[in-house]
Design a protein. Structure first.
Lengths: 369, 580
């Protein structure tokens, strides 16, 4: 398998280098998250690609949620059925570590930016793993019910309002995992923003964060699916809750619920493509051809017409326009918009790759008690 | 069964019976023969064997199916819970060298361990296996994941000055063909086949795939004796280049590790003295390089690793590697019961990290409650179904079966809508004035919600076996009991109920075993107090990828179910279970 993998890589390089007449498979299996996000990818990437190559049959699989486990199982069984997989950056790093994703040479395999910058410069810091092809920047942030803001109190605009049940009574929904929650807790426990991870790396810091979360434990509904918080907000079950900003956009603008965004201390994360290692030659050629097309400047900007996630290329930012159906300007709804990005975090991949198992064990034990 | 006292064989002495049988036996030939002259026994066996074979062939598809899709995966899962070969296959020489290390004497292992680590890690990094090991060890000691990942990238820089000195001396040391000639020796010369085979095996263990096949290279025996380290490293390089990269060995410049190995060889007194007699390819270049290498300061692998990352000086990291060196480990099982492997033997984890024992108790308790509430709700329904006329019963049966045809997620989500604070039930209670608007009941995201939703979902599994058992109880028994003067309650309790117990038993076993392994419903409506141990298993399978721990938890769950099943058999009797 290793041999084929390496052979594939070398062939891939030649293919990408311009041998456009190489044999390409006629089917392409894309894996994504389903819902509005996958719909935006279909409209921005898959449909135009299909128009250019009518012979290609594009199959979607909504398995990104368990992509890492499934790819590992496929690899052990020696039968990879996926061609291009949409995963969050932390999963891409793990897939790369496990040798389950193929390494990418951005300048060889990805299109140049419209402004002439090389792919590597255009994506910049967002290339967080050798295997990862960034697509969007999204953020995990809070939304709140505007009709449940207590009289006399202003709208919540500070992350610490989440922990302030005196001023803002009512339930909150938080994700049932330590990532993000621990950072917010420390931030509101008086830790300076640039010291958060130093503190969180220590036993005392972890206990401190859990102690802070303990103050609101009885007021929290813990979610595990991204759709939970929008539902809880729409039903009035919670006053405020964290989720992905695109989900909140849809609650606010598409479903017209009395909900507003609280962008303070939003945590940026990346989502993008990986190509599984060990694909046969023809399928790999097709996957690379698709990736080259689907991650160019215009395509990334197009996706922002359908969902409020920021394109991962610098060169795409000026091209972001209006929502395709609602006709509203998408810029102000992007997590990267200067007005929204006054106080932000970037998901610390290195830290969580190390501490994920340890802190998760403590967090779950704390939750269960 | 015959009574012992009247059994003819037991009565000795001259009875008429015995006399007759004795006469029979005397007249009987040695063996009874079939019509064709073969002994009857053999002939019968042959006929039966054919039948048995046919029966076996008939069940063979099912047997194979069960073996392949059920027994084999379970066995594989059980095996994963103890398997731990990744450490010794990725770092074979390091773990061997670590065998003598005693953390209480020396907080950080000595130079030999670090030297072995360098060659092991270099090969592992080329094969991209080192990050897998990092992930594995990170389950035990936080921080090893990034330690391995970052070190893999920087290994090329170790001993740069030596490589520069070598290449400054003579550019031929950068020449792939020269290296190939040096290591292959003169044409027709003796080869070190043992080394080649050993390295093939080592690579196969590392990467998990075969490295057999022609690689167009074999190390010369002479060079292998003269430069043992370099030849070993070059052989690994050659195998990797030919099989994994699919390149020609003679056209590829060897790895940095090969050159470092050569420089170490050239400083070795044994090699220095042997070099004088060496006359194979590259002899002149080796002799020229030898004094230069010998004059360079010794290479401190330990310091080099500490420069890459100071965590290589952390005793805990090394102890973790040492503890997890064996191919099989009890570590996963210890983790699954809230313990951990330490240098001083297994110890309980910190109070704040214990979770699995709590979850196991909770899973068992809640499964029992769910089974109990299924019995309470299901028994009357089954009774009514069994006693109604067939037409009506069939109609009602559809209502019981209806939930089976609805998606599990839909049913669970429906309970969410019903039970949440702004949900149907609370709204009705508030509207009726039974509950104040500000004090709405919390009925979901806790144990209560999980029990309600799971009881509803599992109820058909209780009703169906109860119903089919109750159908077989003749109604005349009850009437007979009453005609003999029993009250309604006595007739039910003494006559009807005992006969329906097998149905309760079957339903309870079904519901209990199903609920013990449930995870979707508790995940959605369980909140923090209503989650089961299966939720953690699912987390370790799909999120943390700690399959060993998931396997250990699964094995424990399986063992608990088997023990309970055994206890049930002892107390109630498994013969007493009927599905119809």
């Amino acid at each position: 398998m290793k041999l084929t993998k390496t052979l594939m890589t070398t062939t891939a390089l030649t293919v990408a280098a311009g041998m456009a007449h190489a044999e390409m498979a006629d089917s392409l299996t894309l894996v994504s998250w389903g819902g509005a996000y996958q719909a935006s990818q279909t409209k921005a990437y898959a449909d135009p690609y299909k128009e250019m190559h009518p012979e290609v049959e594009i199959v979607w699989d909504e398995s990104s949620n368990e992509a890492v486990a499934k790819l590992r199982a496929m690899n052990e069984a020696g039968n990879i059925t996926w061609d291009v997989v949409d995963v969050v950056a932390s999963d891409a790093i793990r897939l790369c570590d496990e040798g389950l994703a193929m390494e990418i040479d951005p300048d060889e395999m990805l299109a140049e930016g419209d402004d002439g910058s090389s792919a590597e410069d255009d994506f910049g810091d967002l290339l967080v793993s050798d295997c990862f092809i960034p697509q969007i920047v999204y953020s995990t942030t809070f939304g709140y019910r505007t009709d449940m803001v207590p009289e006399g109190a202003g709208a919540p605009d500070d992350i610490c309002d989440v922990f302030d049940t005196e001023t803002y009574p009512g339930k909150r929904s938080l994700e049932k995992r330590p990532i993000n929650n621990m950072e917010w807790a420390l931030l509101c426990d008086g830790v300076a923003k640039d010291e958060v991870y130093d503190v969180l790396g220590t036993e005392e810091g972890q206990e401190r964060a859990l102690a802070k979360l303990d103050t609101i434990k009885d007021d929290v509904i813990w979610w595990s699916a991204g759709a939970d918080t929008p539902q809880l907000l729409a039903d009035g079950e919670v006053f405020m809750g964290s989720t992905y900003n695109g989900r909140l956009f849809s609650v606010i603008e598409e479903q017209k619920q009395p909900v507003a965004m609280m962008w303070d201390a939003q945590v940026f994360d990346l989502d993008g493509w990986i190509i599984p290692s060990g694909l046969p030659e023809d399928r790999l050629a097709r996957a690379l051809d698709f990736i080259m097309f689907a991650t160019d400047t215009q395509r990334l900007a197009d996706q922002a017409k359908y969902i409020s996630y920021g394109p991962a290329r610098h060169s795409s930012a000026p091209l972001v326009g209006k929502h395709a159906d609602l006709g509203i300007e998408m810029g102000p709804h992007m997590p990267t918009d200067p007005a929204n990005a006054k106080n932000t975090f970037l998901y610390n991949y290195e830290f969580w790759a190390d501490y994920r198992d340890d802190i998760d064990a403590k967090f779950q034990a704390w939750l269960a008690k | 069964m015959s009574d012992a006292a009247t059994d003819p064989d037991k009565i000795e002495g001259p009875t008429p019976d015995n006399a007759l049988r004795a006469a029979d036996q005397a007249a009987r030939p040695e063996k009874v023969l079939a019509a064709d002259g073969t002994p009857l026994k053999r002939s019968l066996n042959r006929a039966l064997r054919m039948q048995k074979m046919r029966a076996l062939l008939l069940i063979a598809p099912l047997l194979l199916f069960v073996l392949l899709t059920f027994i084999a995966p379970i066995a594989d899962m059980l095996f994963r819970s103890v398997e731990n070969q990744i450490v010794s296959t990725t770092l074979p020489r390091t773990t061997a060298a670590l065998g003598n290390w005693d953390a209480s004497q020396d907080p950080v292992p000595d130079e030999t361990v670090f030297e072995a680590l360098y060659y092991d890690m270099f090969l592992a990094a080329e094969a991209k296996e080192h990050t897998k090991l990092g992930t594995r060890l990170n389950y035990e000691e936080t921080g090893i994941s990034s330690l391995f990942r970052s070190s893999g990238r920087k290994l090329d820089d170790i001993g740069e000055d030596r490589i520069d000195a070598l290449e400054d001396l003579n550019e031929t040391w950068e020449d792939a063909a020269f290296w190939f000639a040096l290591m292959s020796g003169p044409e027709g010369g003796e080869k070190d086949a043992a080394l080649l085979d050993a390295q093939r095996e080592r690579m196969a263990e590392l990467s998990g795939h075969s490295y057999s096949g022609d690689i167009g290279f074999a190390p010369a025996a002479a060079i292998s004796a003269l430069l043992p380290r370099a030849t070993r490293a070059y052989t690994a390089f050659a195998i990797f280049t030919a099989i994994d990269d699919g390149d020609v060995v003679a056209e590829e410049e060897p790895w940095e590790a090969v050159k470092i190995a050569l420089s170490e060889d050239l400083r070795d007194p044994d090699s220095i003295s042997a070099l004088e007699d060496y006359s194979g390819p590259g002899a002149a270049e080796l002799r020229a390089a030898q004094p230069v290498m010998a004059d360079m300061p010794p290479l401190d692998f330990r310091q080099a690793f500490l420069d890459i990352d100071e965590d290589w000086g952390d005793t805990d990291n090394w102890q973790t590697i040492q503890i997890y060196s064996p191919s099989y480990t009890s570590g996963y099982f210890l983790n699954a019961v809230d313990m951990e492997k330490t240098p001083d033997g297994p110890q309980f984890r910190d109070e704040k990290e214990r979770i699995y024992w709590l979850l196991l108790k909770r899973t068992l308790f809640m499964s029992l409650v769910i089974t109990g509430s299924c019995i309470l709700l299901g028994y009357p329904v089954a009774w009514i179904l069994a006693n109604l006329p067939m037409r009506t019963a069939n109609l009602l049966m559809i209502l019981v079966l209806l939930p089976f045809w609805t998606s599990l997620l839909v049913r669970t989500s429906a309970w969410k809508v019903m039970l949440q604070q702004q949900g149907v039930i609370n709204d009705v209670l508030v509207w009726l004035g039974l509950v104040d608007d500000s004090a709405r009941l919390i009925m979901i995201n806790n144990q209560f919600g999980t029990i309600v939703a799971m009881t509803h979902i599992l109820l058909p599994f209780m009703i169906l076996p109860m119903y089919s058992v109750m159908q077989t109880i003749p109604p005349s028994y009850l009437r007979a009991a009453k005609s003999l003067g029993a009250t309604n309650w006595t007739a039910f309790w003494r006559v009807y109920f005992p006969q329906s117990v097998p149905g309760i038993g079957a339903g309870s076993i079904l519901v209990f075993i199903l609920s013990i392994g449930y995870y979707i419903t508790p995940e959605i409506v369980g909140g923090t107090t209503g989650t089961f141990i299966s939720n953690r298993i699912a987390y370790h399978i799909s999120s943390s990828l700690n399959w060993g721990l998931a396997a250990a938890l699964g094995t424990i769950l399986l063992a608990v179910v088997l023990i309970l099943y055994w206890a049930y058999d002892k107390i109630v009797g498994i013969d007493n279970v009927k599905l119809g």
